[in-house]
Write a protein that binds this ligand. Sequence first.
Ligand code: TXA
Ligand code: MG
Length: 311
Amino acid sequence: MTFPPQDPTLPFGPEAIRAAAAVILDGGIVAVPTETVYGLAADATASEAVARIYAAKGRPSFNPLIVHVPDLTAALALADFDDDALALAHAFWPGPLTLVRPLKAGAGIASLVTAGLDTVAIRVPRHRAMQALLAETGRPLAAPSANASGGISPTRSPHVRASLGPGVPILDDGATEAGLESTIVFGRTILRPGPVTAAMLADVLGEVEQGPKAPAIVTAPGQLASHYAPRKALRLNVTEAAADEWLIGFGAVRGQDNLSESGDPVEAAARLFDALHRADASDRARLAVAPIPDGGIGEAINDRLRRAATR
Ligand code: TXA
Ligand code: MG
């Protein structure tokens, strides 16, 4: 089986995985779901393949990519792990945690992946499709979120198609589970909040530092303040919307859409980007979002919302 040229989308299954692996081993790119968001994957050891990711996303090339590997053993072949990093890997892999670690000499990762840095961001994903693609290709896979640079991260295959256009092959396995990009940790500092919360990290490390809150000065590559922007203006912490605003509600704040009527932040995280996509496509000129409490994964939701509101 190969990807049909008209609409190159295949549902998850053994044949789709073989087709996707063939594209990757041929130096191409494939959109593939992870438990966080859909990623745009290429062989991390092949610089031309990685260049295709940057080209498809229109991404500034100083923004380094996350490398996905099947397990900790594969991660140890690419980077140095200290005791903290090992503890985090044992606690949260496979899962939505990315560790920034010193790159090993001779790891074979294309320098375009790390944007020339001497560190590499690594993650062992849990999703069956990404795991199957890693097994079938036998390669570390570089994969940023599968959206045009600066756009909203995709949590369903139609988001990918709308953002990246008709040419990109998509392995479709429905909606992603967490709905927010992985937590990124460097040492004991959270560079990007995500599904693995500060409290979960502190349980393992004893203490963690919060990175700068978005919108912030760019301290690490890719921490562009405006990074998850819808096309329309967005107002935060809104309980009463104006007539021309599409209100994304939460809990008792109802709105045109609601992230979680029961006020569950995990459900809200899973639905956030889908809701932003819907809001952007609506007939209202502006967007508004209800207040989301800051605890746990609420931290990551509010991080993405602050970025989305920065234009
Ligand atoms: O959940 C996720 O992490 C998704 C899925 C596909 O795995 N991927 C994702 O990738 O969100 P991306 O490229 O959209 O975001 C990667 C972030 C960027 O902000 C980038 O700057 C940062 O990771 N990053 C990558 N390598 C880094 C490094 N060596 N040092 C600091 N930050 C790094
Ligand atoms: Mg992204």
